[in-house]
Design a protein around this ligand. Structure first.
Ligand code: GLA
Length: 401
């Protein structure tokens, strides 16, 4: 089977008539635990996965930044000198334009260039297709220039916050850059300290895509960010040492219950409990305690559904079915919610059969085929092809994936 690098090279040649000068790969992610905790500066534990966005590029003399998306079959172009002033077009190209604006702002002038983007990360599945796009594009537009990895993650998040208007936390962009083979990455979203957490050998992870994305998602996300701010204000009057929900405990939330509307109290309860669950999950993983890890998955889902109210019927169905499926230790929704995927922790020898059972049950119930993705912890974003300078005499390709 042709490698993704080979496929992307051919697509670039078809589109622009010449081979690419470089190809950048940036992975999607599955968050294992620590959901809706990043924007209140808490803890998360995602893995980068093998599905990825690829951005192939070549510098040109056209004076334009031209970008073609294979998912949309569309091309957009902007004069290279005018990128700093771009504003949102409310479409896919915002991810490109937003990253270009942020790069210009950070002092990296974007040259005249042709870029082709091709992604294997499904959109709307909660697997962070947008962060994969942002990071792969940022690396393409940098065209081999060096950037600090934390600055890269911050810049891509800024593009999503300021340009695309999504007040997301830093988890997706961060793990997209810092992902590692064979380990989950525990991230402290305040200090940005991060540590690889090896997963037990006898654990398999797979995601099941509900194939639905309910409209409510984006507005509810903004609403949750606002509600967390409200909870913080209430907690802060009693506990001045609480600077973000990350500093609060569930006991503090109980103490301040009367000072918050019921929904705000529930949101805060989820966040404080979920931060604690991340720490417990990491301990359980280091101890190889798969039963405990599975239990924490279910507890996380119950809290996201009941207190944070970001689940939906289809996700709840898949999590309930997982409970009665042999070989599954635990399941929960992953990502922003309102559709997308569940993540399942399973015995490696039963994962395939367990996935097939879930798919059959889901099909029976909703008449829709869910997609299943085996998730292997993978490396973060990197260059996967670079043409050597022709002046050096040879054009050498280093194709690695
Ligand atoms: C989306 C956001 C992330 C994070 C998750 C929920 O994926 O992009 O920053 O908030 O939702 O954990």
């Amino acid at each position: 089977m042709a490698s993704q690098t080979g496929i992307v090279t051919d697509l670039f040649r078809q589109q622009f008539g010449v081979p690419p000068e470089g190809i950048e790969r940036a992975p999607g992610r599955v968050n294992l635990i620590g959901e809706h905790t990043d924007y209140t500066l808490g803890f998360v534990l995602p893995i980068a996965i093998q599905l990825a966005a690829y951005a192939a590029w070549r510098r040109t003399t056209s004076g334009y930044l031209r970008v073609y998306s294979t998912s949309f079959g569309q091309q957009r172009a902007w004069p290279a000198g005018e990128l700093a002033g771009l504003t949102s077009a409310h479409e896919w190209s915002d991810y490109v334009a937003g990253v270009a604006v942020e790069l210009e702002r950070a002092g990296y002038s974007v040259p005249s260039m042709d870029v082709l983007i091709h992604s294997t990360v499904p959109t709307g599945a909660g697997l962070s297709s947008s962060a994969a796009l942002e990071i792969s594009i940022a690396l393409a537009l940098l065209g081999g220039r060096v950037i600090d990895p934390v600055a890269l993650a911050r810049l891509a998040r800024a593009a999503e916050n300021d340009f695309a208007g999504m007040p997301c936390g830093i988890m997706d962009q961060f793990v997209c850059v810092f992902g590692q083979e064979n380990a989950a990455i525990q991230i402290d979203c305040r200090s940005l300290e991060h540590e690889p957490v090896p997963l037990p050998q006898d654990a398999a992870i797979f995601a099941v895509n509900t194939m639905v994305k309910h409209e409510l998602g984006q507005s509810a996300y903004r609403e949750r960010v606002r509600e967390c701010g409200e909870a913080l204000a209430a907690l802060g009057t009693r506990y001045p040492e609480v600077h973000s929900l990350r500093d609060a405990t569930s006991e503090m939330v109980e103490e301040c219950r009367a000072a918050m509307p019921a929904n705000v109290y529930l949101r805060a309860l989820h966040v404080t409990g979920e931060n604690r669950r991340v720490i417990e999950f990491v301990e359980a993983s280091r101890a190889g305690d798969l039963q405990r890890m599975g239990h924490l998955f279910y507890a996380s889902h119950a809290s996201l559904a009941g207190s944070y109210e970001v689940s939906c019927e289809e996700l709840d169905f898949l999590v309930e079915e997982a409970r009665s499926t042999s070989g599954i230790y635990g399941a929960r929704m992953t990502g922003g919610g309102f559709g997308g995927c569940t993540v399942n922790l399973a015995r490696p020898d039963s994962a395939e059969a367990a996935g097939a059972r879930l798919a059959a049950r889901y099909r029976q119930r909703y008449g829709r085929d869910p997609r299943i993705y085996t998730c292997r912890p993978s490396n973060g974003a990197r260059n996967v092809f670079r043409e050597q300078s022709p002046a050096a005499g040879t054009i050498k390709s280093s194709q690695s994936e």
